[in-house]
Each structure stands twice: as structure tokens, then as C-alpha cells.
Design a protein around this ligand. Structure first.
Ligand SMILES: NCc1[nH]cc(CCC(=O)O)c1CC(=O)O
Ligand SMILES: [Zn+2]
Ligand SMILES: [Zn+2]
Length: 381
């Protein structure tokens, strides 16, 4: 065995880095020599023991090749794991870029099929729909427009079901896009959420989306008890066996939803969502919310946001070990990655993969992401 062969595994330990052309190895190996042969072994232990000590320190062989690096993943990102968020307006011909959300648009019904066809061709399996009423007069105290049979979400569900029979349609269920005050439910006089009234209304909206043909309803409002209420209405309607309930169980309040609220026009007109979305430090509350939603009949548990809440994803995987776990890499996370890449801090594609692999490693098997069109492209190569 030549010197460069026998010590090639050491080369990537050196300060000049690991990506070395094979022809460079022998010259670098000569720099290694003193490092290697200079190693003294003052121990009087038998040679075999000293060798076994060396063996246990060797990890590089396991990931020295692109394929062996792929093998290190417990869970590999596939197109089936991805759900793509769509913002659907009530103006059928609309196609407006969302400035805070790079490469994403609000679209009207007439724009959906042309936009989605190439993505479906590339392997898009699922979308999650958010309705965006552009006309402020469409909003009222009860979020009446949320389940308007002629509203953009219900029309989009029907259109997509008939046009893309293989596409899995998730409907986000909330009122904030439709209420005049921008909160995720019905309010009391003092401005706090009226939980019972909100749950009644949210479950009606979920049922309307399910009846329209959504494969999955996903309540993101965070009212207490809405999972049970939705499940019971689906059972009453005789469709509980074919409509999946994905609960935004651990949804945290914080800074990361800004671009979404721009996109959906759903920022609260007063106050904030801190009394219904979870406090960022509230790991115990998240665990309780997850357990509560399992008991209430959720079929999938979602954690949102994703990147700053990987411990919560891991908790969800452990608490709901027999259920799929979803994570939402939200608008603020996506916008930060774009901003960082634009500032030259890192490569966009590399960071999109790294952030998503972290989410999968934490325990998610489903990822809601604005990077889906990019991933369909990247995973096809
Ligand atoms: N209930 C509305 C809703 N559904 C999904 C998101 C956030 C998605 C994102 O930021 O990408 C929000 C925003 C919010 O709660 O204010
Ligand atoms: Zn909401
Ligand atoms: Zn929502």
C-alpha cells in the first residue's frame, strides 16, 4: 500500500480542508507525515489494544462519498413529504408577487391551473389553501366570507379536485383572513376570544371545506376544543372516514408570521395573538396541546414554526409516535433564508436543504414549505 493510500483518510482532517483532488493527495500526504509518524505511543499496552483505540476514532469513512452521505439520513427528503402553501384571492385574474415573500404570488382562480400544471408534472403531491379576500368590505365580525360557497377557497377546492385528481388538497381553517378585526375567532366585547362561539364557527367552516372536497382540514386558529368539534361535525356529516384532520397543535406566537400576514392581509387590527398562540418558551404547554389534540381526534400533529422549535417537533414525535408529524417552515423562516442568501451569507439551495433536513431529523415526516417549487426542481436532478 502506498503512503498516500494508507493515509488518505486523514487528509480531510487537515486544516486545508476535505475536498481534495485525488492527484493532490500525495503532496498533501507528505505534510501529514510528521503529524502521523510523530505520534508517540508511550503506553505499554499491547499493540492490538492501541489499534482498537484508533479504530474507534474513525468516522470519516462512513461519509466520504456523496452516496454514503445520503445513507446517513434516517429520513430522506422526498417529494411526498412536501405541502405547498397557496394564497388564493377573490379576483380571478389576479397574480401579484408578495414582496416580503420572494418568488411567491397571490393568485386568483384563473391563474391556478396554469401555475400548478408544471409543478404537478414535476411531482407536486399536496397544497394547502389560504383564502385572501382583497375587498375589505368582504370582511366582517364573524368572518362570514370564510365559508362563502362562492369564495375563493371553496371554489379552488372544487377546481383543483376536478383538474388534478392526484393532488392532495389541504384547507387551512381560520377566520383571521376574513374577520374585520383580523383575529382568529369571534371576539367578546372586551376584545378577547369567545372560545365557544369561535369553535362553533371554525368547525362549520372546516365542515364546509370538507364537503367541498378538501382531503384534509387544518385548523390554525388555536381555539381550545376545535379539534373535537370539527371531528364530531365530520362524523355527523358522514364524511369523517375520508377527511383527515391535521391540527396546528403547537403553534407559537412570535415574529415569524409577518410576511404571511402581508400576503394574506390577516394582521390583527389591534392587539396580538399571544392569548391564543403559544408563548415561545412554553415547551410544556406545547406538550399538553399535542396530547390534548391527540385525545380530541387529530390525525396529524403539526408544529409551527419549525426551525426554532425543533425540540417541540421531537417532543411531538415522541408523544404522538403512532401519528405522522408535520412541521410548517413559516413565511418568516423562508424570508430569512432568502435574505441571508441575498446578502451572500450562504447558498440558498444548500440552506433550504440544511434547514429542511433539520426539521426531518427532529422527527417531522411532512413539511409545509414555500420552497416546494424549488425542491421539486432540485429533487428531480
Ligand atoms: N391563522 C392564520 C395563519 N395560518 C398560517 C399562518 C402562518 C404561516 C406563515 O407564516 O407562513 C397564519 C398566520 C398567523 O397565525 O398569524
Ligand atoms: Zn388565524
Ligand atoms: Zn390559518
Amino acid at each position: 500500500m502506498s503512503f498516500s493510500q494508507s493515509f488518505s483518510h486523514l487528509v480531510s482532517d487537515l486544516p486545508f480542508g476535505g475536498d481534495i483532488h485525488p492527484d493532490d493527495r500525495s503532496s498533501q500526504a507528505s505534510q501529514v507525515r510528521s503529524h502521523v509518524t510523530g505520534r508517540s505511543n508511550p503506553s505499554t499496552l499491547a499493540t492490538s489494544i492501541s489499534i482498537s483505540g484508533d479504530i474507534s476514532s474513525q468516522l470519516h469513512a462512513g461519509y466520504s462519498h456523496p452516496l454514503s452521505r445520503v445513507w446517513q439520513a434516517e429520513r430522506q427528503l422526498t417529494k411526498e413529504m412536501l405541502i405547498y402553501p397557496l394564497f388564493i384571492t377573490d379576483n380571478p385574474d389576479e397574480e401579484t408577487p408578495i414582496s416580503s415573500l420572494p418568488n411567491q404570488c397571490r393568485r386568483g382562480l384563473n391563474r391556478l391551473i396554469p401555475f400548478l400544471s408544471p409543478l404537478v408534472q414535476k411531482g407536486l403531491r399536496s397544497v394547502i389553501l389560504f383564502g385572501v379576500p382583497l375587498d375589505p368590505s368582504a370582511k366582517d365580525f364573524f368572518g362570514t366570507a370564510a365559508d362563502d360557497p362562492a369564495g375563493p377557497v371553496i371554489l379552488a377546492i372544487r377546481l383543483l379536485r376536478s383538474h388534478f385528481p392526484q393532488l392532495y388538497i389541504v384547507a387551512d381553517v381560520c377566520l383571521c383572513e376574513y374577520t374585520s378585526h383580523g383575529h382568529c375567532g369571534i371576539l367578546r366585547d372586551d376584545g378577547s376570544l369567545n372560545n365557544a362561539a369561535s369553535v362553533e364557527r371554525i368547525s362549520d367552516v372546516a365542515l364546509a371545506y370538507a364537503v367541498a372536497g378538501a382531503h384534509c382540514v387544518a385548523p390554525s386558529d388555536m381555539n381550545d376544543g376545535r379539534v373535537r368539534a370539527i371531528k364530531l361535525k365530520l362524523i355527523d356529516a358522514g364524511i369523517a372516514h375520508q377527511v383527515l384532520l391535521m391540527s396546528y397543535s403547537a403553534k407559537f406566537s412570535g415574529c415569524l408570521y409577518g410576511p404571511f400576514r402581508d400576503a394574506a392581509g390577516s394582521a390583527p387590527s389591534f392587539g396580538d395573538r399571544k392569548c391564543y398562540q403559544l408563548p415561545p418558551a412554553g415547551r410544556g404547554l406545547a406538550r399538553r396541546a399535542i396530547q390534548r389534540d391527540i385525545a380530541e381526534g387529530a390525525d396529524i400533529i403539526m408544529v409551527k414554526p419549525a426551525g426554532s422549535y425543533l425540540d417541540i417537533i421531537s417532543d411531538a414525535k415522541q408523544l404522538a409516535r403512532d401519528m405522522p408529524i408535520a412541521a410548517y417552515q413559516v413565511s418568516g423562516e423562508y424570508a430569512m433564508i432568502h435574505a441571508g442568501a441575498k446578502a451572500g451569507l450562504f447558498d440558498l439551495k444548500a440552506m433550504a436543504f440544511e434547514s429542511t433536513e433539520g426539521i426531518l431529523r427532529a422527527g417531522a415526516g411532512i413539511v409545509v414549505s414555500y420552497f416546494v417549487p424549488d425542491f421539486l426542481e432540485w429533487l428531480s436532478r
